[in-house]
Structure formats: structure tokens, C-alpha cells
Write a protein that binds this ligand. Structure first.
Ligand SMILES: Cc1cc2nc3c(=O)[nH]c(=O)nc-3n(C[C@H](O)[C@H](O)[C@H](O)COP(=O)(O)O)c2cc1C
Length: 159
């Protein structure tokens, strides 16, 4: 059986909620990616700062990962969508780790504007087997799920 881990970043906990759900259902390991410099607690500040740096492809430093990723065959990868892209910390994670030959199953939480998130994940790890992503929509500024709950459960059952 292949060994799996859920890797995710979260700012307002929607992605964390989904990641924890997957971890519980699959009984697998979980890893939260955190930036070295934390984001402002003021939501609008983060939205504006990130819009300003959106096109820069910056890779913020992330905290050390105290897990040996080589032991996993599959990464279930969760990112919020920030300005139509995967969050910068997930871009750092994908760029800085050897994920060659691993299966990557992405999911993206967002408020309905997914943009090029999954395309970009694919292009950041060209030597991984990136599967079709799961688009998980929440109401804007809220933790209320818009995506059909049963569709979500059905997707988790495929993992
Ligand atoms: C900086 C920033 C940019 C965002 N950009 C988008 C976007 O481009 N498209 C979208 O649908 N939602 C966008 N959102 C909303 C988040 O993607 C959505 O609330 C997500 O579920 C948050 O995940 P989290 O709670 O795990 O941080 C943005 C939120 C923030 C903070």
C-alpha cells in the first residue's frame, strides 16, 4: 500500500479543516507548511500585500520540515487560492523539495475564483505525477462550504 501524507497551508483555517478531515478519514500523516515570517492578522492587509506581489513569483521562507518526505509515495496537497494562484508558501514547498516520481493529489480552497492554481502546481513539479485537482469552494469571508458535502466526501473516498 502506498504511504500518504497531507501537506497544506492555511491562513483562515478552511484548508486546515479539509486537511484534518482527510487525515482522519485516511488515518495518514499530516504536515502544515508555515512561513518563517507570519502573515499579518489583518485580513485586508494580507489581501492587499499579496495582490501587490502577485506577479512576482516570490518564494517566502518556510519553516523547516521535520519529516522525511522520501518515505511517502503520495502527497495530498492543500492550498488556499490567493490571487488566482497557489499560495506562495506552497510554491516554496514544491520548489524546494525533491518530489520526483511522487503522486500529488491537489486540492484548492477558494471563494469561486480558482484561476490557474492547478496548472501552476503541475508546472512547479514537472517530475511528479500530478492528478486532477479538487476545487473546494467556501463562501467569501467565511468558513461555510459551498461545494456539495457529498461530492467532497466522494472525492476523499478516492484518495
Ligand atoms: C490574500 C488572499 C487572496 C485571495 N485570493 C482569492 C482568489 O484569487 N480567488 C478566490 O476564489 N479566493 C481568494 N481568496 C479567498 C481564499 O482562497 C479562501 O477564503 C480560502 O478558502 C482560504 O483558505 P484558508 O482558510 O485555509 O486560508 C483569497 C484570500 C486571501 C487571504
Amino acid at each position: 500500500m502506498s504511504k500518504k501524507i497531507v501537506v497544506y497551508f492555511t491562513y483562515t483555517n478552511n484548508t486546515k479543516m479539509i486537511a484534518e478531515k482527510i487525515k482522519t478519514k485516511l488515518n495518514c500523516d499530516i504536515l502544515e507548511i508555515k512561513t518563517v515570517i507570519p502573515y499579518s492578522e489583518d485580513y485586508d492587509t494580507v489581501v492587499n500585500d499579496e495582490q501587490n506581489s502577485e506577479s512576482s513569483n516570490h518564494l517566502p521562507e518556510i519553516q523547516n520540515i521535520n519529516i522525511d518526505l522520501s518515505q511517502y509515495d503520495e502527497i495530498i496537497l492543500g492550498t488556499p487560492v490567493w490571487w488566482y494562484r497557489p499560495v506562495p508558501a506552497i510554491r516554496t514547498f514544491l520548489t524546494r523539495n525533491d518530489l520526483n516520481d511522487k503522486i500529488i493529489k491537489p486540492f484548492a480552497t477558494n471563494a469561486g475564483w480558482l484561476g490557474k492554481t492547478f496548472k501552476e502546481i503541475k508546472s512547479l513539479c514537472p517530475n511528479s505525477k500530478v492528478e486532477e485537482g479538487m476545487d473546494i469552494v467556501f463562501q467569501s469571508y467565511s468558513d461555510k462550504l459551498v461545494t456539495n458535502e457529498q461530492d467532497l466526501e466522494n472525492w476523499i473516498d478516492t484518495l
